[in-house]
Design a protein around this ligand. Structure first.
Ligand SMILES: CC(C)(COP(=O)(O)OP(=O)(O)OC[C@H]1O[C@@H](n2cnc3c(N)ncnc32)[C@H](O)[C@@H]1OP(=O)(O)O)[C@@H](O)C(=O)NCCC(=O)NCCS
Length: 329
């Protein structure tokens, strides 16, 4: 008999900046149209962090809301895992900065760089750490300020991304509810299809790298699209198989929110009707690691996800990375 405790999500929270950038605003910035963006992506607006604020500010808000919903104090946390590709600094980690801001001084902290899969990678680790019996309360955060890495002159990418943070508190389960399966996968051969070449030690910041616009997201959208559908279906199928659950048992599918056409294709392959698929990319665009916890928090607050529901979360991102988690809420 398996003596390891199962983990469960005991609280969620999220935060998005107040400032909104609509498709019509973008029409004034690059050669695009509201119609093209809606038809090709499903996105209508995105939230942009104000100057002077940073990733850890958004993450702090989401973290405090998750702690409140879990009815825990920051001092109850023994670990903080934060997924991001837009850290405040190269180092220390953004999780360390959040730790200081929320005063979670009993926690070990680290960041995960798995792009849009960052939250589900974090949830997978948290689940294993809880199962080990060594950790009790783990805060998993996905938080991004992609607007600061977006090339606002590149219409192929600047219409897609937004800023947000989401967080979940993971603790030992009290019974049948909890994380039923997790799955992670990567393929580093495909990294160049979606990446940011500048800023690391390959191309440290210099006048030249700035002139060459190397510090912005570069993406081959068409190729990424195909891999996104393939890998998210792979993650979903493996997650369901690992738990021995059929797709028709799922109450809600939360996929990474990059493009409505990608979400529809994944749902179709899993034979899930629209009412079982959560979509909020109209409002936020692609917020990378923040997408899944933001969507989960919103689904819970809107009553689309309830206690006892079976929720399948799947993500895909740069790396490439992909992951799933099947959770009885
Ligand atoms: C980016 C994406 C929306 C582009 O949609 P698409 O249907 O593949 O469009 P294409 O890139 O083939 O471009 C089609 C045309 O629209 C144009 N176009 C691209 N962006 C545009 C924009 N914002 N407004 C108007 N036209 C645009 C292209 O220049 C191209 O024009 P051309 O045919 O004259 O060369 C889509 O590929 C996508 O969503 N990819 C995956 C993105 C993703 O998941 N990223 C993150 C993963 S975590």
């Amino acid at each position: 008999m398996n003596q390891n405790p199962r983990s469960m999500i005991i609280g969620t929270g999220s935060a998005a900046p107040e400032k909104v950038l609509t498709n019509h605003d973008l029409e004034k910035m690059v050669d695009t149209s509201d119609q093209w963006i809606r038809e090709r992506t499903g996105i209508e607006r995105r939230h942009i962090l104000e100057e002077g604020k940073t990733n850890s500010d958004l993450a702090k808000l989401a973290a405090e809301r998750a702690l409140k919903s879990a009815e825990l104090k920051a001092s109850d946390l023994d670990c903080i895992i934060l997924g991001t590709i837009t850290p405040d600094l190269s180092f220390p980690s953004t999780s360390a900065i959040v730790q200081a801001k929320i005063k979670a001084f009993n926690a070990a902290v680290f960041d995960i760089s798995a792009a849009c899969s960052g939250f589900l990678y974090g949830l997978t680790l948290a689940d294993s750490m809880i199962a080990s019996g060594l950790y009790k309360n783990i805060l998993v955060i996905g938080s991004e300020v992609l607007s600061r890495m977006t090339d606002w002159e590149d219409r192929a990418t600047c219409v897609l991304f937004g800023d947000a943070a989401g967080a979940a508190v993971i603790a030992a389960s009290d019974g049948e509810r909890g994380v039923l399966s997790t799955y992670m996968k990567s393929d580093g051969r495909l990294g160049n299809l979606l990446h940011c070449p500048g800023g690391g030690v390959s191309h440290p910041a210099s006048h030249e790298t700035v002139d060459q616009r190397l510090h912005y997201i570069k993406m081959e959208g068409n190729k990424v699209f195909k891999h996104a559908v393939r890998t998210m279906v792979d993650a979903a199928v493996h997650g369901l198989d690992l738990a021995g659950v059929r797709s028709d048992k799922i109450d809600l599918l939360i996929t990474h929110q990059a493009n409505k056409r990608i979400i529809d294709a994944v749902a179709q392959r899993l034979e899930l009707p629209d009412e079982k698929v959560f979509i909020n990319l109209y409002e936020y665009g692609n917020t990378s690691a923040a997408t899944i916890p933001l969507a989960m928090d919103e689904a819970l607050r809107k009553g689309r996800l309830n206690k006892g529901d079976l929720c399948l979360m799947v993500a895909f991102g740069g790396g490439f990375t992909w992951a799933s988690a099947l959770v009885r809420m």
